[in-house]
Ligand binder design. Structure first.
Ligand code: NAP
Length: 322
């Protein structure tokens, strides 16, 4: 089978992927986008946010396999072949990394470590009251592969976690979608359930996919619905947050601190006020990076499923957007 590797990565990253994918699938022929190859023979495109138009003119294409978990940028390319299934990256190593980041952010907020960081810069020796994990209810937006790993890590640490999803799903067997606990995580779903969740959460951790329904979700109304001084941890996508509204909420003290890994425009402009904001912690979109060592095996398993005619794992639903 002919496989095409294409993405917006540099030559070193591309060569690493090429080596590991070739090692995982020696029986297949892998080409990279900037080499000469026969476009009519490509069956699988292995992609990492390729430039728009990259997948045009591939008549034999049967599968698009993303190397990244989020597919919002890929789906924004309206030249994408319409009838070819798209699988996204789901790898336990990725979820573990995300859980580590979520736990670090929540622990740092809970124990005041960002405040102590500010105090250190001014040589201030001052003790904050020590709160218990159960004193800070956590609202988790999204309970997918990432959300579930984060919820498990937070529950293990003693936090009370309530997760919000689109549909009732498999998490609670109750038609009313009530606060049935499963694995220690309470679950609510649907637009109406968002408001009580915001109102009862000290920290909101966002792990939603970016879709037309979730774009701009975290806006002034949401921040106002949260308890004064609550914190926001955005590990999903930058466009979930209305940046101007967040700045205003931080300015008024309505939001006490924001940990932001993702931004509307990346990389974050050097002059962006978030860089120097005392109540914002900036990460350069590193909450969970795909690890090529394990991800190459995930890709190989899906390519093998295509060869065998068995179900392809982790296909996205294009109409839903994730
Ligand atoms: P996933 O498995 O597709 O799960 C998505 C979750 O969001 C599901 O629980 C889904 O609800 C919920 N959801 C979707 N639309 C919703 C809506 N309108 N209202 C309420 N809930 C909604 O995705 P994942 O693998 O956990 O990844 C989530 C996101 O994390 C990715 O899309 C990506 O943007 C981000 N990510 C970030 C990084 C980083 O480094 N910062 C790394 C990897 C991923 P249902 O259960 O009802 O479907």
């Amino acid at each position: 089978m002919n496989l095409l590797l294409t993405g917006s990565f540099d030559a070193t990253e591309r060569d690493r992927w090429r080596a590991l994918l070739t090692q995982a699938m020696p029986q297949h022929h892998l080409v990279v986008a900037d080499e000469l190859f026969d476009r009519t023979r490509v069956s699988v495109a292995i992609v990492a946010n390729p430039p728009p138009g990259s997948l045009r003119g591939l008549p034999a294409l049967r599968l698009i396999q993303s190397l990244w978990a989020g597919v919002d940028r890929l789906l924004a390319d309206d030249t994408l072949p319409r009838d070819v299934p798209i699988a996204r990256m789901v790898d336990p190593a990725l979820a573990t990394a995300m859980a580590e980041t979520a736990l670090w952010a929540v622990l740092s907020l809970h124990r005041g470590f960002f405040v102590y960081q500010r105090q250190q810069r001014k040589a201030v020796w001052r003790e904050l009251p020590q709160r218990r994990a159960e004193d800070l209810p956590i609202g988790l937006l999204g309970l997918g592969h990432m959300g579930r790993a984060c919820a498990a890590a937070l529950v293990r640490q003693g936090y009370r976690v309530t997760a919000w999803t689109r549909a009732e799903g498999e998490y609670d067997g109750r038609p009313d979608g009530g606060r049935e606990r499963r694995d220690g995580v309470a679950h609510v779903h649907g637009p109406d359930a968002l408001w009580p969740l915001l109102a009862s959460s000290s920290i909101i951790v966002n792990l939603l996919p970016l879709t037309p329904d979730t774009r701009g979700l975290l806006d002034a109304r949401c921040f106002k619905a949260m308890p004064r001084g609550a914190a926001v941890v955005n590990l999903g996508r930058g466009a979930h947050v209305v940046e101007a509204d967040l700045r205003a909420a931080l300015g008024s003290g309505q939001i006490g601190h924001a940990v932001l890994d993702v931004f509307e425009h990346e990389p974050l402009d050097a002059g962006h006020p978030f860089w120097r904001h005392p109540h914002v912690t900036v990460l350069p979109h590193v909450a969970a990076l795909t690890d090529p060592r394990s991800a190459a095996a995930v890709v190989a398993a899906n390519v093998q499923a295509l060869v065998d005619g068995t179900p392809i794992a982790h296909l996205i639903d294009r109409t839903r957007g994730y």
